[in-house]
Design a binder for this molecule. Structure first.
Ligand code: FAD
Ligand code: NAD
Length: 457
């Protein structure tokens, strides 16, 4: 006979944060097929940023001479960096697992590949089948691996494995030109690896505003070998490394290959067809604004249930599901209208809301303001030549429709603009209604806001 639970949660990434002391009177099954804690903790946001920080230091050291400071980059002790980072992260995952498995009396951890048998029944992949009144699908996404002849045979990496490399490769080929490619090109490039990026589209970070994508691509071309509108057609083992043939007829010889060609939801591994839970054309589970699927009692959240694939979105959705499980008569909604993101490369890129092109395509009345870092006092201090910020606003109301920043600390500089958009504050009010610390880098944002004409009236 199957064990029955009040609640079953598939995935211990954001899904693990749902169960707190308010669930003490409910029997909960947690189902996990991989490393406890999911993507962000183990192979995503957290370790990548722990690599980006020393990479920023390495790059600064290499560039000190431009400001008249005698610094240089003398190399990186890769095993030490890697082991320091995972020496901090792995115990968090292990500790979290142990706590759930051994110390939570009402929670049972099943460590196997879960699949639906029917709407209320789950095969846990451990030999046991369970039933549950409510099921939360929080099974995330995984890297897409393009079909490339020979690739499977050459021991390629994805973001799941590349941070644990035994040694720093002398040469690396990165397939893709989005978030993962931009961040790892910075990490490995700054540490001394010769990076080649092969990207299918005609610019890096193509989802960003066109001006930012173009500016980032230009900086990237100066740092790495960037091949655009190009794909790898064949990969083969060669002299201890990999030789890749490209669609432009050239070949690249490298010591490691990183596939960074997007992430696909793990919905295809759950036998959802046995439940009636719908997925869209990208395999994303369809949910309403309360995170409910179309099937009573089945909820979904995170990378498997939205197109953002960002941890702060997964976290919000987990809080909404948590509340809604506890308060079925007072459902919360997930807010998806003002969702910022940041690429932690160098330079950083951060954005929220409409791009200029989207505003045009949607026929939204808009004005655009731009502000260069180099035209602010702190930008002079940095001798910055590439950083800029861009604002798209409604000329009638002064409300901000989109904001985009490329440059140092972009992920932090964006936040007041996210706040203004979230709370409906006008650009004019935000610019003039408060002090801005002089001469902080944040003056980039102040001047950006001041550059917009005041709305009529
Ligand atoms: C390299 C990288 C860097 C990133 N950096 C950032 C960043 O800086 N900022 C940001 O906001 N976002 C970042 N992200 C995205 C962020 O990591 C994800 O949006 C977030 O972790 C998704 O959380 P989740 O709970 O939906 O899924 P996950 O954390 O992936 O959890 C899903 C869990 O479900 C398990 N699972 C899947 N299928 C099954 C099954 N059938 N049975 C049992 N268990 C199953 C998986 O093993 C996994 O542990 C990054 C992602 C990557 C890859
Ligand atoms: N800082 C962050 O928030 C952060 C960091 C990393 C990842 N993430 C999340 O993870 C998601 C996945 O990241 P990603 O970089 O893998 O995907 P992405 O969607 O950002 O970029 C994929 C890139 O690969 C290219 N591509 C696809 N197939 C290709 C092929 N066969 N050959 C060459 N290029 C190809 C695409 O043109 C695109 O440029 C992101 O969209 C983001 O949501 C977030």
């Amino acid at each position: 006979m199957s064990t029955h639970y009040d609640l079953a949660i598939i995935g211990t990434g954001s899904g693990n944060s749902i169960v707190d002391e308010r669930f003490a009177d409910r029997r909960v099954a947690l189902l996990e097929k991989g490393t406890f804690g999911g993507t962000c903790l183990n192979v995503g946001c957290i370790p990548t940023k722990m690599f980006v920080y020393p990479a920023d230091i390495a790059l600064s050291a290499a560039q000190g001479g431009s400001l008249g400071v005698e610094t240089r980059f003398d190399g990186v002790r890769w095993p030490e960096v890697r082991d320091r980072i995972f020496g901090r992260i792995d115990p968090i995952s292990i500790g979290g697992r142990r706590w759930r498995a051994d110390s939570n009396e009402n929670v049972t951890l099943y460590e196997g590949h879960a699949r639906f048998v029917d709407v209320r029944t789950l095969d846990t992949g451990t030999g046991e089948t369970i039933t549950a009144d409510q099921v939360v699908i929080a099974a995330g996404a995984r890297p897409v691996v393009p079909e490339i002849e020979g690739l499977a045979g050459v021991g390629f990496h994805t973001s799941d494995t590349v941070m644990r490399l035994e040694r720093l490769p002398a040469r690396m080929l990165i397939i893709g030109g989005g978030f993962v490619a931009a961040e790892f090109a910075h990490v490995f490039g700054s540490f001394g690896t010769q990076v080649t990026i092969v990207n299918r589209s005609n610019g890096l970070l193509r989802a960003e505003d066109d001006d930012l994508s173009a500016a980032f691509t230009e900086v990237a071309r100066a740092r790495w070998d960037v091949r655009l509108e190009t794909v790898v057609t064949k990969a083969e083992a060669y002299d201890g490394g990999v030789r890749a043939q490209l669609s432009d007829g050239s070949t690249v010889e490298v010591d490691a290959v990183l596939v960074a060609a997007g992430r696909q939801p793990n919905s295809d591994g759950l036998d959802l067809d046995r439940t009636g839970v719908e997925v869209d054309e990208d395999g994303v589970v369809v949910v309403d604004r309360h995170q409910r699927t179309g099937v009573e009692g089945i909820w979904a959240l995170g990378d498997i249930a939205n197109h953002f694939q960002l941890k702060h979105v997964s976290n919000l959705e987990a809080r909404v599901v948590q509340h809604n499980l506890l308060h079925p008569d007072d459902l919360w909604e997930s807010r998806h209208d003002v969702v910022p993101s940041a690429v932690f490369s160098n330079p950083q890129v951060a954005s929220v809301g409409l791009t200029e092109r989207q505003a045009g395509e949607r026929g939204v009345r808009h004005v655009v303001a731009q502000q260069r870092y180099g035209d602010t006092a702190y930008g002079w201090a940095m001798e910055d030549t590439t950083g800029f910020a861009k604002l798209i606003a409604d000329p009638d109301t002064g409300l901000i429709l989109g904001a985009h920043i490329l440059g140092a600390q972009a992920s932090n500089l964006l936040q007041p603009l996210v706040q203004a958009m979230s709370f409906g504050q006008t650009a004019h009010d935000v610019a003039r209604g408060q002090y801005w610390i002089h001469p902080a880098l944040m003056e980039v944002v102040e001047n950006l806001l001041l550059a917009l004409p005041a709305p009529p009236g």
